[in-house]
Design a protein around this ligand. Structure first.
Ligand SMILES: C[S@@+](CC[C@H](N)C(=O)[O-])C[C@H]1O[C@@H](n2cnc3c(N)ncnc32)[C@H](O)[C@@H]1O
Length: 333
């Protein structure tokens, strides 16, 4: 059973059909409009059934690689909090996205995977004692920024890989990851790891992008990194073994609910671990071997093309913000 939560209040319950797809419990039309809302609700969030852990490797997404992610954040960590983040990831959005994580007890053990400069962690430590929180990231440069933040000074800071977490099985009460899944070469493996490290009854909360429907945005998204479809998140969670999987849509206020360009932070997906131990899902070896040497020319080209595609996603929030300023309230943008 999975749910799609809209604006935190409207809720559409979805179920799996023959283990192959999702539709609403009443089996109603596939793309209804929410009354008094410009949000278009994908009533059937799962697919014809293409999505699977195999999608990530099938396209040349230039940043969906660990080496590229390392070098990207080597340069970007200095401007991440003040220049890159504000366009698509605000404090309001963060608090709304973390709400389904149900951070209800200050003594909870929490891991923030792909925690970077600690922007999402600052939301976590409002509810949980910092000494119980671990920030894990592959980038030492991002982590160095997190270390400088006063509210995070008691957090444990660990360099590591989301697809191979250095935590024991059944370790944490909550697993949080914001804006990182799009870089993982094998997101299904990362979600399987989330399942493993959680305790029985523990909750995972993955905040991430959503796939655009406008053709040009879709092109740049596909070139840059993985923008999962909502149904893919749900499928990955369910395959990993999570129960009570829910998806809540988020977005900057000035987008007025527009999702056609996709969003770097577009949804918060949660699931509960129903049994202790490892995930029931079996996977083969990891996709990307970071130790393997790469051709420096190929790497540079990939990196530059990724940066060019990423520029689109710096411009889109500015464009949406300008539209929000000029289009009268109540009219579609
Ligand atoms: C967009 S930032 C998000 C940072 C932070 N969670 C926030 O809310 O601002 C993405 C982070 O994911 C990290 N990352 C990418 N791939 C990773 C991996 N395989 N394992 C761990 N961290 C990863 C990057 O280094 C980067 O710091």
């Amino acid at each position: 059973m999975a749910s799609l939560m809209l604006s935190g209040t409207e809720k559409l319950t979805l179920r799996t059909l023959n283990g192959k797809g999702l539709c609403d419990l009443q089996g109603k039309s596939l793309f209804p409009r929410v009354a008094n809302s410009r949000i278009r609700v994908p009533n059937r969030v799962a697919p014809k059934f293409s999505v699977s852990a195999s999608r990530p490797t099938s396209q040349p997404r230039f940043f969906q690689h660990k080496k590229e992610a390392f070098w990207f954040y080597r340069f970007v960590s200095d401007v991440y909090d003040h220049v890159l983040n504000p366009g698509h990831w605000t404090e309001d959005m963060r608090d709304e996205a973390l709400e389904p994580a149900d951070l209800s007890d200050r003594n909870m053990i929490v891991v923030d995977v792909g925690g970077g400069t600690g922007f999402a962690t600052l939301g976590v430590v409002k509810h949980v004692d910092a000494k119980n929180v671990t920030i894990l990231d592959q980038s030492p440069h991002q982590l160095a920024k997190a270390k400088q933040k006063e509210p995070l000074k008691d957090c444990k800071i660990v360099q590591g890989d989301a697809e191979d977490l250095p935590f024991r099985t059944d370790y944490a009460d909550r697993y949080v990851s914001a804006g990182s899944i799009e870089y993982w070469p094998d997101p299904q493996r990362g979600i399987k790891e989330a399942y493993r490290v959680l305790k029985l009854g523990g909750k995972a909360c993955i905040i991430g992008p959503v796939y655009p429907t406008f053709w040009l945005s879709r092109f740049f998204a596909d070139v840059m990194m993985l923008f999962p479809k909502e149904e893919e998140y749900i499928e990955w969670f369910q395959k990993a073994g999570f129960k009570d999987v829910q998806l809540k849509r988020i977005g900057p206020k000035w987008y007025r609910g527009v999702r056609r360009h996709g969003l770097i932070m577009g949804c918060s997906v949660t699931g509960v671990k129903p049994a202790s131990g490892d995930s029931p899902l079996q996977l083969g070896p990891k996709e990307e071997d970071v130790e393997k040497p790469v051709n420096p020319f190929v790497f540079l080209m990939r990196f530059l093309l990724g940066v060019m595609a990423g520029t689109w996603y710096v411009l889109v929030p500015i464009y949406m913000w300008l539209k929000d300023q000029v289009v009268p309230e109540g009219q579609p943008i």
